[in-house]
Design a protein around this ligand. Structure first.
Ligand code: PMP
Length: 361
């Protein structure tokens, strides 16, 4: 009997139980080869087949056009905050960034070390509870690219539209929303995501980059951070995070078996509707985000009285609802409901919220 509970962690986040079972079954002896994936050379035929299959499955899931490279890197999304300007700004370039919350500000701060960064729009005037409309953006003529964060994991705001940036490459941090619903990759110059939310375990970063953006790295860019070096070497310039790559490949196969990102859109749509309805329909809980800009993946909510936070969390744990405490910078609660969090988890949370409100409301 599985003792797995419902995990609402923002990341590293829940993985599909079926994936973990496959990994367990294959752990000591992968496909009768007498060794585990962790013990294989990354250059062996076996691992190369795992790596290529994972890439193909991701390409299928997101319909990634053939003029894009898919890179399997390390360093997390945070490393991309530096790696992107090092690769795309040239020796003395500038870029436009959109500030919608904590993660976009981290990207801005890091990129500012490498070039001139123009904050073309900021959600500050909305207290970060809404996304500034495109008509408020002040894009600059000489920007090498435009960067934004489609889903702010901590604030809980999400773009439900793709910005129009003319012929500038659009760069997006899709760490917490990749694969949650269909995405038109051809609208972007570069997409990047830390794996540990909607892809797989931590230790892996996926970068999807259009071919014409390769080969432009700063002359002092470390070899290990040059996208074109990674692309020329099939993401194996050095030893890649083989086990995380393998496990992510299992997640991609699981996603395909579920019906791909179209099915995820249906399921995730239903999950977020239920949870926001429970919040909005109550006197005790509230979510401050502008309705059109609410995240599907990360749903922060507050209780009317902070003193109820602790009993709420204790009761949740007793019912097997884990990791609902909000980010330390925001307080309150946050439910992260990525692909691997089943609708039953949301149902259980909504039922508990109603029960708690009856007792304490
Ligand atoms: N961007 C976003 C949107 C995130 O949610 C996170 C992690 N929570 C990061 C960047 C940083 O990711 P990593 O820990 O992989 O560096």
């Amino acid at each position: 009997m599985s003792k797995r509970l419902f995990n609402f962690c923002a990341g590293p986040a829940a993985l599909p139980e079926a994936v973990l079972q496959t990994a367990r079954d294959e752990l000591t002896d992968w496909h009768g080869k007498g060794l585990s994936v962790m013990e294989m050379s990354h250059r062996s035929d076996e691992f190369v087949s795992i790596a290529e299959q994972a890439e193909q499955d991701l390409r299928d899931l997101l319909s990634i056009p053939s003029d894009y490279k898919v890179l399997f890197l390390q360093g997390g999304a945070s490393q991309q905050f530096a790696q992107i300007p090092l690769n795309l700004l040239g020796e003395d370039g500038s870029a436009d960034y959109i500030d919608t919350g904590i993660w976009s500000r981290k990207a801005i701060e890091e990129a500012s070390r490498y070039g001139h960064i123009n904050v073309a729009a900021s959600a500050r005037e909305y207290d970060y509870f809404a996304i500034p409309g495109q008509n408020e953006w002040q894009l600059s003529a000489d920007a090498a690219y435009v960067h934004y964060t489609p889903n702010e994991t901590i604030g809980g705001v999400e773009f439900n539209w793709i910005p129009e940036v003319g012929d500038k490459p659009l760069v997006a941090d899709v760490s917490s929303d990749i694969l949650s619903r269909p995405l038109d990759v051809s609208r972007f110059g570069l997409l990047y995501a830390g794996a540990q939310k909607n892809i797989g375990p931590s230790g892996l970063t996926v970068v999807i980059v259009r071919d014409d953006l390769l080969g432009k790295a700063h002359s002092k860019c470390p070899t290990m951070l040059d996208y074109s070096v990674a692309a020329q070497n099939g993401s194996m310039y050095n030893t890649p995070p083989t086990f995380a790559w393998y496990l992510s490949g299992l997640v991609f196969q699981w996603l395909k078996a579920q019906g791909g990102v179209e099915a995820m859109e249906r399921i995730n749509g239903a999950k977020q509707r239920k949870l926001y309805a429970a919040i909005d329909g109550s006197e005790l809980y509230s979510n401050p985000i502008n309705i059109a800009d609410r995240s599907w993946m990360n749903i922060p909510f507050r209780l009317a009285d902070d003193r109820l936070d602790k009993p709420f969390l204790v009761g949740a744990e007793e019912r097997g609802l884990l990791n609902l405490k909000g980010h330390r910078s925001v307080g309150g609660m946050r439910a992260s409901i990525y692909n691997a969090v089943p609708e039953a988890a949301v149902d259980a949370l909504v039922a508990y919220m109603a029960e708690f409100e009856k007792q304490h409301g």
